[in-house]
Ligand binder design. Structure first.
Ligand SMILES: [Ca+2]
Ligand SMILES: [Ca+2]
Length: 228
């Protein structure tokens, strides 16, 4: 009876061990001590700065926008680039703090993910959330790493397009220019989070299965040798 069910037991244990190998994965900047390699692109008069206190909590970075007409963006460092496909179905999140919410530029996307095959832009735009943001307070924004939260060329990306870009990320930008006019935009706790589902190594599965088979054979032999 035991041996008849052995294949089912092995399949179950392989599936179970695969689940057990799922591990949370994170790429994160919390700016505890410095800018962590973050940069800025945009207005030549604007600047990227660091503060060791008054973040959410502790350190944070901020852009002081000179308002000379070019959009400012925070640029993520290299650790946020490359193959991020393991984060598919995960979450991209960060905390933002605006010095002012008046005269918002309503049609700006909040963040972009550039890959070799295109640029994903958040469907969420300034105009969608500015009413929920209070000047001077931290607000957490979250984006699912699925096609539904992103636009590619103005349309919802297909899963294949989305995965392709996530597999070859060249730059991640977060909006540092939310209103018409000068402002200070602060950023903290930038995070990619998800789960990694490692496939069990064949050798590991083989050893595990042979071990299990040996154990069951031993048990069967022991049972058969019990005197009547
Ligand atoms: Ca911080
Ligand atoms: Ca501005």
């Amino acid at each position: 009876m035991i041996l008849k069910s052995l294949p089912a037991v092995i399949v179950f244990l392989i599936m179970w061990s695969g689940k057990c190998l799922a591990a949370p994965i994170t790429i994160e900047s919390s700016f505890d001590y410095n800018t962590e390699g973050w940069g800025r692109i945009g207005d030549s008069g604007s600047s990227l700065r660091y503060s060791s206190s008054n973040g959410n909590p502790d350190g944070y970075i901020y852009i002081q926008d000179a308002a000379r007409g070019t959009v400012d963006w925070f640029i993520a460092p290299n650790k946020f680039n490359g193959d991020l496909s393991e984060f598919l179905n995960g979450v991209f999140s960060f905390d933002i703090r605006l010095s002012s919410v008046s005269n918002p530029i309503l049609d700006y996307s909040i963040a972009t993910i550039m890959g070799l095959d295109g640029e994903l832009q958040t469907k969420l735009k300034v105009g969608n959330i500015i009413g929920d943001i209070r000047a001077g307070q931290w607000t957490t924004l979250q984006f699912q790493l699925t096609p539904d939260d992103w636009l590619l060329g103005g349309k919802t990306a297909s899963l294949a397009e989305f995965t392709s870009i996530l597999s070859s990320v060249t730059q991640i930008r977060i909006l540092g220019d939310w209103r018409s006019g000068a402002e200070t935009v602060s950023l903290d706790n930038v995070r990619f989070s998800g789960d990694s589902y490692a496939v069990p190594e064949p050798s590991y599965v083989g050893i595990f299965s042979f071990g299990l088979m040996g154990l069951l054979l031993f048990r069967r032999k022991s049972t058969n040798s019990v005197p009547q």
